[in-house]
Design a protein around this ligand. Sequence first.
Ligand code: AMP
Ligand code: GLY
Length: 419
Amino acid sequence: MTALPRSVLVVGSGGREHALVRALALSPACPKVICSPGNAGIARDVRCFPVPVEDIAGTVALAQQEKIELVVVGPEVPLALGLADALQAAGIAVFGPKADGAKLEASKIYTKEILVKHGIPTAASAAFTEVEPALAWLATQPASIVVKADGLAAGKGVVVATTREEAEAAVRSLLPGKVLIEECLTGQEASILVVVSGQDYVILPPAQDHKRIGDGDTGPNTGGMGACSPAAVVTRDLLTRIDREIVAPSVEAIAAEGIEFRGVLFIGVMLTPLGPKVLEYNTRFGDPETQAVLPRLESDLLELLWLAAQGQLAGYQLKVKSLVSVCVVVASKGYPGAFTKGEVIGLPPAPELPPDTTILHAGTALDAAGNLVNNGGRVLSIVSTGRTLYEALRRAYDGYELIEWRNGYVRRDIGAKQL
Ligand code: AMP
Ligand code: GLY
């Protein structure tokens, strides 16, 4: 094995990147870790550089200037813009797929074609570019149906319609353009994060996200309001089945399409009465799933990502702690709609938090007076581990009570379906 990298750049500014920074810094190899652009919390842990994630040339220049040996890319946008291609061209190792692999997230129509071509279970669907044919087709379908914008939409491009009117309104708002209309699947969802390196892959502990804003899975979809790992619904047998019917064929299909994929293939799976089916591929770590999954890794994350980036994952054995981990997201009141930024947030000192509990930052910044303020929709993640789900949840919600921010919003039922 090649020696582990001595310097790592994490690209992004969310709770996911804060979790990555923390986990990479814990490596026995003690790498220098930096982040761009980061946020107010990440900046307390490591040096942050104000390079926007869309600035591909600027990110490559930063990596060169800081003599970075491995870049770990958090969000999908720079991947779709070709950040991994540019880093590789500059001779810098990168964990995250090139633009051809990132297209598996950036185009839902392209992904659906690959799923169908390779016989991987997924919802039946049809793609449209014009309003009239789409409406004519809708008229032949059940009222419950899912309308998806083709491109990247930060989790907001999907309408799960329950009436014909809703579906038609979604179609009219998205077309002309590109939409995928899909059969509505039912069941619980699971997030399967797979570290892929060409033909080799390692499945990380499954997690369950909570996508809707409201308790009881009500209201609009968000980027994700909380996660737990393990996902009780994904039993050992079911994971074996998901591996056989979905993960292995997906990795094979991607390689067969000529894509050299080195990064996370995050498969959104619906556990339907007819078996597991793919809802979507993402080509990066999930947020908030990553915050819940990483504390469960016994293995060195730096080594795992480095081996994957180097195409050396064959034979890798992941070690997982038998702990339960939860992440409760604190959002700005109003998210995923409009909200006010710049509200001052008071955080408890780390020693006052419940055991095995930490606060990660997402949309935070410092105001002119140096106060911590909210600067985005999802603002903080409270991450707790415990011997049981109940213990982990109690710790996370007890931790939340110590945060002083009147307009902070949390779902009160993270993990409740699994209790
Ligand atoms: P996606 O971005 O494709 O994962 O969609 C976001 C969310 O919409 C998913 O996590 C599901 O909750 C829901 N969703 C997407 N596709 C379907 C489908 N075919 N049936 C039911 N729900 C879906
Ligand atoms: N938690 C869902 C996502 O990262 O897209």
